[in-house]
Design a binder for this molecule. Structure first.
Ligand SMILES: [Ca+2]
Length: 411
């Protein structure tokens, strides 16, 4: 398959994602410049729903073998080191801005911060505080002039909100898109601009378990989808004319891809525009979905007809796109896939061309060669892994809901 540019990610849990508000959170803080290695199996997922029997057991690295491939299968690789560059409160999303070397991190509690300590936007008085709610996503317009946050309000409604941003002050706030949520879980949350300059938005199936409303397969709702819009052309936004369901009766034209359960994190391969989507599973399988650059959109990733590659519900199925990576949900503490990026940085030559992903509860991180994802291998571990990030140079970061923001370095 081709390489690409994207970064997707997925959030949290199978039935619910992030630990509850009461979870221990390190005091927010400044930015220790230490180089601490992450302690393996450091934490136990605090999320009760995610706590399947095995989820409360310290993550067993060896048990978590997503595609069952032995570690020896990829030649000439070294190790990784996770260098803590900041300590924030429940960091969940990462973005960089054109012409700006700072690293921006969204805290689930509602603040958009930089890793050097500034607060850019503070929604902490407005966001809801459920496990999978709060401030969930951040992206900057390719021009660097506008920033976008994905968050849920006190009623649980998803907002994609825009600010004009000059690097110092965020002003001219406006809602670009809102979506009512029938349940508190599965809100998606990822925002990213594609290589085409359009804003891609992840929305989960609305939650509730098993997709009771059938939203994933319903083209009449935005739930269970990845959307593609132009937030800068039209009020409140424009739908690109080449979106796949433009002109299709009964379909929401914003939809780019469907059949998704909770695409918490997704991303574009910066080298070629391929899209990698982590879709959090229900009962049995976590999965990573893939869309090659140049796709005209409209892929149906299966939910809730399928979970992973297996049938989940009876029903008429057209053409479904199977995941490229699956791993068992309740094994070794697995609970929620976290999609990362295809590495194209300079610091870690052996990692180039490999897609990095991990699991929120088990904490392992694996690298999968893009041309043969089944040959992935374990390359590290981060407790309560919530997201990955990619900077201007293609170097990668890992966020822990427990607080740390790690830069990924060669060992
Ligand atoms: Ca699927």
């Amino acid at each position: 398959m081709r390489l690409a540019v994207a970064v997707l990610a997925v959030v949290l849990t199978a039935c619910s994602a992030a630990p509850p508000e009461g979870a221990p959170v390190p005091p927010s803080a400044s930015v220790p410049a230490g180089t601490e290695a992450v302690s393996p199996s450091a934490s136990v997922p605090a999320d009760a729903e995610a706590a399947s029997p095995s989820a409360s057991v310290p993550a067993d690295a060896e048990a978590a073998s997503p595609s069952g491939s032995p570690a020896e299968s990829t030649p000439a690789q070294g190790g990784l080191r996770f260098t803590r560059i900041a300590e924030l409160e429940r960091p969940v999303a990462f973005a960089v801005r054109s012409g700006d070397r700072r690293l921006y991190v969204a805290e689930q509690g509602g603040r958009l911060r930089t890793t050097d300590g500034d607060t850019v936007v503070d929604l902490s008085g407005e966001v809801s505080g459920g496990n999978e709610q709060g401030l969930l996503g951040v992206a900057f317009h390719p021009s660097g002039r506008w920033l976008y946050l994905d968050w849920t309000d006190k009623a649980g409604t998803t907002h994609v909100t825009e600010w004009a941003y000059d690097g110092a002050r965020a002003t001219r706030r406006r809602d670009v898109l809102t979506q009512e949520q029938p349940f508190a879980n599965h809100n998606g949350g990822q925002l990213a601009f594609g290589p085409d300059g359009y804003l891609y938005i992840a929305l989960g199936d609305g939650g509730g378990g098993g997709d009771p409303e059938g939203n994933g397969q319903d083209l009449g709702t935005l739930l269970g989808k990845i959307l593609r819009i132009d937030p800068r052309d039209g009020k409140p936004y424009a739908v690109p004319e080449d979106n796949p369901f433009v002109g299709k009766e009964g379909a929401r034209t914003e939809i780019w891809a469907y059949g998704l359960r909770n695409p918490w994190r997704f991303g574009f391969d910066r080298a070629n525009g391929d899209l990698w989507i982590g879709d959090v599973g229900q009962n049995a399988w976590e999965e990573v979905d893939y869309q090659p650059a140049g796709s005209e959109g409209g892929e149906n990733y299966g939910w809730n007809l399928r979970e992973g590659r297996e049938r989940f519900r009876q029903g008429p199925a057209g053409k479904l796109t199977d995941p490229v990576i699956v791993y068992p949900l309740n094994e070794g503490g697995n609970c929620s896939v976290i999609a990362g990026f295809v590495y194209h940085g300079a610091k870690i030559p052996w990692l180039r061309g490999q897609f990095l992903y991990g699991d929120f509860c088990a904490g392992w991180i694996r690298a999968a060669p893009v041309d043969e994802p089944a040959r992935d291998r374990r390359v590290g571990e981060v407790e309560q892994l919530s997201s990955f990030g990619e900077d201007h140079d293609g170097e990668l970061y890992a966020l822990s809901l427990a607080g740390p923001v790690y830069r990924i370095d060669p060992a």
